[in-house]
Design a protein around this ligand. Structure first.
Ligand code: ES4
Ligand code: ZN
Length: 350
């Protein structure tokens, strides 16, 4: 599927990737062995005893034949598997290695710039300090820029299933690293957790000069009202981007609102096709694109899909939306317009 020289060669900007979303079972195991830090299986409360066992349980979301998603005994839910990776990371070197994994993959796909999500609350709650995390990221970021020609910035996400108090504490801690952090996002489990819960801290972040975005997940569990809040409500005037938000394609007034505010949307097709019908997913992506809404393509959590990075995500929309090479090029250009790098830096990037 990667034999597409045109799409491979496009200089890329990636705006929707979780650094923790690249922690495969193998990488988790590597960190856990190195740190002599067992990984707990949340289903049994026992440590995983082998890489094979960990791989099996980590196979959460892969839409393969005889879909193992339904095998709730062996297979963890997405968030169980995702947060299960955090406890294996202990040292600055681990965070450095993790980020370098991404930057090396990115360089191989001609990614020139990335705005990378990270979830600090998930790390501090298993005992890692901000300093350990950020110094590892900082060293990797510098090396990637110098040696791989991949520039980047970080987007700190609040875990929306944690409290406003916790978000506020982490926001205060982030201020020490504002040279690295370009924006503030909102992720994790959205059920019953509207963006408005975090309005106070988002308003502060906007005042302090951060750019804002928030996840609005795809499917029937996620109300249009959350998209409406992100587009119009957050920090009084709405966020700068919407992450996912594909549900909006089914609603004429929301689509009009997003278009009139020129809000970009980050779209990660592999994340949707594991739980939504193909024709609906690609019909909606095509509809947003044809309506002139600025969408860009990201990979979300490559290690939890089919090892699908930004290149594979571009290829799957090309195939199922029937995009021409020129239209795929347009998706890449949208990411230039949507990114938060300064104007001069943008021009030098591509
Ligand atoms: C996430 Cl809501 C959501 N979806 C996918 N990956 C994530 N990582 C953190 N939150
Ligand atoms: Zn995401």
């Amino acid at each position: 599927t990667t034999n597409d020289p045109y799409v491979s060669a496009i200089p890329k900007i990636e705006l929707h990737i979780h650094i923790e979303g690249i922690i495969s079972a193998d990488l988790k195991w590597k960190f856990s062995q190195r740190n002599a830090q067992p990984i707990t299986n949340p289903r049994t409360n026992q440590p995983f005893s082998s890489l094979e066992e960990l791989r099996d349980s980590h196979d959460t979301l892969k839409p393969r034949a005889g879909n193992r998603m339904d095998n709730s005994e062996e297979t963890l839910s997405f968030f169980e598997a995702y947060y299960g990776g955090f406890e294996a990371l202990k040292t600055t070197r681990d965070y450095y290695d993790l980020a370098m994994e991404y930057y090396e993959r990115a360089a191989g796909m001609n990614v020139r710039y990335a705005e990378i999500f990270f979830d600090p609350q998930g790390h501090t709650r298993v005992g890692t300090s901000w300093e350990t995390m950020m110094e590892g990221f900082r060293a990797a970021q510098g090396k990637a820029e110098r040696e791989l020609d991949v520039k980047s910035a970080w987007i700190m996400c609040f875990l929306r299933d944690e409290s406003l108090e916790s978000a506020t504490q982490h926001y205060n801690a982030a201020l020490k690293y504002r040279d690295m952090i370009i924006g503030i996002g909102l992720d994790s489990n959205e059920v019953g957790r509207p963006p408005s819960l975090f309005d106070g801290v988002f308003a502060r972040a906007r005042n302090d000069g951060f750019r804002l975005t928030a996840h609005c997940d795809v499917g029937k569990h996620y109300p249009l009202d959350h998209i409406h809040q992100v587009a119009l409500g957050i920090a009084g005037i709405g966020a700068d981007r919407i992450d996912h938000g594909l549900n909006a394609a089914g609603d004429a007034s929301l689509t009009t609102l997003i278009k009139s505010k020129e809000l970009g949307m980050t779209i990660c097709p592999w994340s949707y096709i594991r739980h939504q019908p193909l024709d609906e997913v690609f019909g909606r992506i095509r509809a947003l694109f044809d309506a002139g809404i600025m969408i860009s393509i990201g990979s979300d959590d490559p290690a939890f899909m089919e090892d699908t990075w930004v290149l594979e995500n571009l290829l799957v929309v090309k195939k199922y939306c029937g995009f021409t090479n020129v239209e795929v090029q347009k998706l890449a250009e949208n990411a230039i317009n949507m990114c938060w790098a300064s104007g001069g830096a943008k021009e030098r990037m591509m």
